[in-house]
Design a protein around this ligand. Sequence first.
Ligand SMILES: Cc1cc2nc3c(=O)[nH]c(=O)nc-3n(C[C@H](O)[C@H](O)[C@H](O)COP(=O)(O)OP(=O)(O)OC[C@H]3O[C@@H](n4cnc5c(N)ncnc54)[C@H](O)[C@@H]3O)c2cc1C
Length: 102
Amino acid sequence: MKLGLVRELLPDATGMSADALAAAVKALVLPVARPRPIAEAISSAGGVDWAGVDERFMLRALPGVFVAGEMLDWEAPTGGYLLTASFATGRAAGLAAAAHAG
Ligand SMILES: Cc1cc2nc3c(=O)[nH]c(=O)nc-3n(C[C@H](O)[C@H](O)[C@H](O)COP(=O)(O)OP(=O)(O)OC[C@H]3O[C@@H](n4cnc5c(N)ncnc54)[C@H](O)[C@@H]3O)c2cc1C
């Protein structure tokens, strides 16, 4: 992340002296043109495909292995629902894992 910012904002970084580069990094200005639309503010993306888990959150390909939270492929708008969904799926997967273990 830090290297990406330096490359983006200091394109001539490789030609700078160490002192000049250090000073520039410590005072890096990050221009913000405008916010992205709220509809694009998705906090979670990617993860195990829903088709890969059964109704108990157990992996169809690896019986006995359960997934929850951000391991699952679900998306939520930014705003505090990730913890709620992570706790909910974690509880359900944990109970199912305990039942599976007998
Ligand atoms: C800065 C920040 C702010 C956030 N603010 C909010 C908020 O205000 N409201 C909200 O709802 N959500 C918020 N979220 C999102 C929320 O924190 C996450 O969606 C949620 O914590 C995901 O829970 P999880 O259990 O799926 O994963 P995690 O909380 O990431 O837990 C995964 C755990 O697995 C451990 N782990 C990883 N690999 C291994 C391994 N090989 N062996 C053993 N353990 C391992 C990790 O150390 C970690 O403890 C925020 C996230 C961030 C980063």
